[in-house]
Design a protein around this ligand. Structure first.
Ligand SMILES: *Cc1c(COP(=O)(O)O)cnc(C)c1O
Length: 465
């Protein structure tokens, strides 16, 4: 069924045979609080969905469609939940900016006490320009350019997560030239690939990121880092996958990372003070998904790290985690207007909306699953097996592959796809010269555009004629 490798993995164990679909939900008007942001509700009298006290009809009229509607209170609450779960444990929470980054988001993160991961000069500029202290920024990437490294060192970023031998030498030289010592982590690949409900422990690490632990590159990188005068080796970093629900993969990763710390102590007499176990924690895209909360994750991770350190006779290092999706993913939905409806007798109904793969590439790219609901009114009509598709010139332009929508759906109705806060706007494209939608932050009855909609002038400005 899957046409491409899904970084979030197939939904193991509950893949339905071709042509069979889960039963329609008992109530098409219900909004599962697991999937929708905290302040979303359907009006009991008029059936219109609202968020932060603002109804979607008003939002669509004011800001147009498609639009990403981001629930600021929910975003801040998730930041606080992560911060509270980890901060008393001698641990830091880095928000992975690639999930979605804007200056407003950086300010919220700063106010809520989180740090931020960036993986390009562009993300670094956004983080710095919104006032995130450089010391609370970590720079990632498997091929940071010389310019990006110089910029990061000059800005005083707290950590550079070094990914290769070339980068280690380059960074040390750059820091040396600037007369500073750059604090670094070494990214290692621990031979664990974790997606959704499964993880695979492999002997080899067939991927572009990091230093292989089993191949001995990680130990060699530590050896070099300890002798270079431009860098200060603070610890080890590992990131094992995405949309993970099962802590078993982290357990294996932590064991292997702590094993490396023990080896470093034995070889060099040095106890590295930090480990970073990355991000990748799953969220509910549909009612089938059951993610753990930050408190459970914090407890599980710290227990694992403490146990492994005790077994190796090491002091427990400072721990970092890097949730991106788990913070921003559930806080937004994409609001679309239905344009055309094409029923195919005995098969399904194609429902075309005014966006598509340009604002949500994840379905086309990863076979990602999403939910969808009619939000501009309630309906008592029968469920209709539907496929929500976009307006792009591409038959793979699918937003929600299989969904039940009410059979009286009509052009002009508004649909919302929840859990689009992560990896939708940040991966949005101008395919077909689409104008990338705005991100509208809503809070306490107020709405504010935090990233504006692109205009045709924006398109023409880049086109030099
Ligand atoms: C992508 C990424 C993350 C965040 O992943 P999520 O699935 O959004 O939590 C964290 N750390 C690194 C190194 C990453 O590449």
């Amino acid at each position: 069924m899957s046409r491409s490798a899904h970084p979030a993995g197939p939904r193991h164990g509950d893949v339905l045979p071709e042509g069979h679909y889960a039963a329609p939900p008992a109530d098409l008007n219900a909004l599962d609080p697991k999937v929708w942001s905290a302040t979303v509700e359907r009006g009991t009298a008029d059936g219109i969905v609202s968020v932060a006290g603002l109804d979607v009809l008003t939002l669509a009229e004011r800001f147009g469609t498609p639009a990403y509607i981001l629930d600021e209170a929910d975003f801040r609450a998730r930041c606080r939940a992560w911060q509270d779960a980890f901060s008393h444990l001698d641990a830091d929470v880095y928000y992975a900016g690639k999930a979605f980054l804007s200056r407003a988001v950086v300010r919220w993160l700063h106010e809520e006490g989180l740090s931020v991961d960036v993986c390009s000069g562009g993300e670094l500029t956004v983080a710095l320009s919104a006032g995130m202290p450089a010391g609370r920024i970590a720079l990632h990437g498997n091929n940071k350019t010389r310019a990006e490294l110089e910029y990061a060192v000059k800005s005083g970023v707290g950590h550079v997560v070094v990914d290769s031998f070339e980068e280690l030498a380059r960074l040390s030289w750059i820091a040396h030239e600037q007369g500073v010592r750059q604090r670094i982590l070494l990214r290692v690949t621990v031979g664990v690939e974790a997606h959704t409900h499964e993880f695979i422990a492999t002997a080899h690490e067939d991927q572009k990121f990091g230093f292989s632990l089993t191949g001995g590159d990680a130990a060699e990188a530590v050896r070099r880092a300890l002798t270079l005068d431009g860098v200060e080796l603070a610890g080890i970093h590992s990131h094992i996958g995405s949309q993970i629900f099962d802590m078993a993969g982290f357990e294996v990763a932590a064991r292997r990372v702590v094993g490396l710390l023990a080896q470093v102590k034995a070889e060099h007499g040095v106890e590295l003070p930090e480990i970073d176990l990355g991000g990748g924690l799953g969220i509910a895209y549909t009612s089938e998904d059951d993610p753990q909360g930050p408190q459970e994750i914090a407890t599980a991770l710290t227990q694992i790290v403490r146990r492994e350190c005790a077994a190796e006779g090491l002091a427990v290092p400072r721990l970092s985690v890097e949730p991106g999706r788990a913070i921003v993913g559930p806080t937004a939905f994409t609001l679309y207007e239905v344009g055309t409806i094409k029923p195919l007798e005995g098969l399904r109904t194609y429902v075309s909306v005014d966006g598509g793969m340009s604002d949500n590439i994840r379905t086309a790219l990863y076979d990602a699953e999403y939910s969808v609901a009619l939000v501009s009114r309630a309906s008592a009509a029968e469920p209709m097996l539907s496929r929500v598709v976009g307006k792009h010139c591409e038959s793979g332009d699918i937003v929600v592959r299989d969904a039940f929508l009410p059979a009286d759906l009509a052009p002009g109705d508004l649909l919302a796809v929840p859990a689009t806060g992560a990896y939708c706007r940040s991966m949005a494209s101008n395919y077909n010269h689409a104008l990338r939608p705005p991100v509208v932050a809503v809070r306490d009855g107020q709405a504010r555009v935090i990233v504006r909609r692109e205009t045709e002038e924006d398109l023409l400005r880049l086109d030099m004629g």
